[in-house]
Design a protein around this ligand. Structure first.
Ligand code: ZN
Length: 395
């Protein structure tokens, strides 16, 4: 069985090994080694990336027999050959920081809030724990985040112990594992003991920083998302770029962003109201202008025009006004919208609008006097007009 080098040393990134088996599964090569520092996906932690004999490792999995299989597109070598493995340092560190952070976060939730962790997700971009509760307050989160970061400052040592399953009663484990035989225990000072097979930091200060980034409901529980170490710092850098850029555009200091956005939002609301009021006065005038462009097919008066409106929601109103004025059919286009409006007693707009929307794959609908569709292609306006003319001529 593969000797798992990370069991005893999570800092080990380079190693020599021998191929004990090599085979193909679904167009990929799987290589088993007598020893490996590569972590296979398990226990909520993602596999290590890296290379073996310069061949890129795309996945690392546990086989049914308990070996570690290294998955690659190119064959690494044949059984009995010696190889050199290199584990990707950044991803290993991300996993170590995230995983160690998870242990202390879970323990602090028990101690400060009496909340058990029911599942752990250590994803590519963030870590998360699922807590057996339907509510966690912001102040609880703030307090716990403070405590976990104080633990990092206090720099407790992280040790790896091995104990037989029968001896586990000696350790204050958060959860007794179901697995029998020799059990690996991660001991963080006297603060936390967990049975765990993952890769962790050697001391808490190596986590550098823990930041909670969200709490959301999943099923009946709460999922607490967090960032640790490099990923927390990178997130901070990105957020800083974003907030600085917003502050620059608003020409204000970062701490005035919220105030300025509220001001802009309110101004926008007022402007919209003013636009609506002005448009209501303008619409009858526009409708009057449109009547000058009418044409007739089989005694039906028609307007087919592209118009410019600040808000497309006024398009229906304008078309209805125009249709009424000519006692006929008004078809108006504004940006990606098209409306069909008919003077009630003169024409039923349903058939033409449905046929048209199906022909040009537009989404929307309406009734006999007004139908609205989205998804208009403005380069096809002439084609639209030709199609409408054709249909109405054949009626
Ligand atoms: Zn762990």
């Amino acid at each position: 069985m593969t000797e798992r080098l990370y069991y005893k040393d999570s800092s080990l990134l380079s190693f020599d090994a021998e191929i004990i088996d090599s085979y193909r599964v679904d167009n990929k090569h799987q290589t088993l080694l007598n020893r490996s520092a590569f972590y296979p996906t398990s226990g909520g932690q993602l596999f290590d990336r890296g290379t073996i004999n310069s061949v890129e490792i795309e996945n690392v999995i546990e086989t049914d027999s308990g070996d570690v299989a290294h998955v690659s597109t190119t064959e690494i070598g044949k059984k009995g050959e010696s190889v050199k493995g290199e584990v990707d340092k950044t991803r290993r560190w991300d996993n170590r920081q995230k995983h160690t952070a998870q242990h202390i976060i879970s323990q602090v939730f028990i101690r400060q809030s009496d909340l058990e962790t029911v599942s752990v997700h250590l994803g590519e971009n963030y870590g998360a724990i699922e807590l057996a509760t339907d509510e966690v307050s912001d102040s609880q989160l703030t307090d716990i985040e403070k405590t976990v970061n104080e633990l990092i400052r206090d720099n407790l040592k992280v040790e790896i112990l091995f104990a037989d399953h029968q001896e586990l009663g000696k350790f204050p484990l958060r959860k007794i594992p179901e697995r029998k035989g020799l059990i690996r225990i991660i001991k963080i000072g006297e603060f936390d003991y967990s049975a765990c097979g993952g890769t962790h930091c050697d001391s808490l200060r190596e986590i550098v920083l823990i930041k909670f980034i969200g709490a959301e409901k999943v099923r009946k529980n709460i999922l607490i998302k967090f960032l640790a170490g490099r990923q927390a710092l990178e997130d901070y850098s990105q957020k800083l770029i974003i907030t600085n850029s917003i502050a620059n555009r608003l020409t204000c200091h970062v701490d005035k962003i919220e105030e300025n956005i509220t001001k802009l939002h309110n101004e926008n609301k007022t402007r919209r109201k003013q636009i609506t009021a002005l448009s209501n006065e303008l619409l009858p005038v526009m409708a009057g202008k449109l009547t000058e462009r009418l044409f007739e097919i089989n005694n039906l008066k028609i307007i087919f025009e592209t118009v410019s409106l600040v808000e497309t929601k006024m398009l229906g109103q304008l078309a209805s006004l125009a249709a009424k004025k000519i006692s006929g059919l008004a078809i108006l286009i504004c940006r990606d919208k098209i409306v069909f409006a008919a003077a009630n007693d003169k024409f039923d707009a349903r058939e033409i609008s449905t046929t048209f929307s199906e022909k040009f794959d537009l989404r929307g609908g309406g009734n006999s006097s007004l139908a609205t569709y989205g998804g208009v292609d403005n380069s096809k306006v002439e084609l639209y007009k030709k199609y409408v003319t054709e249909i109405l001529s054949n009626n």
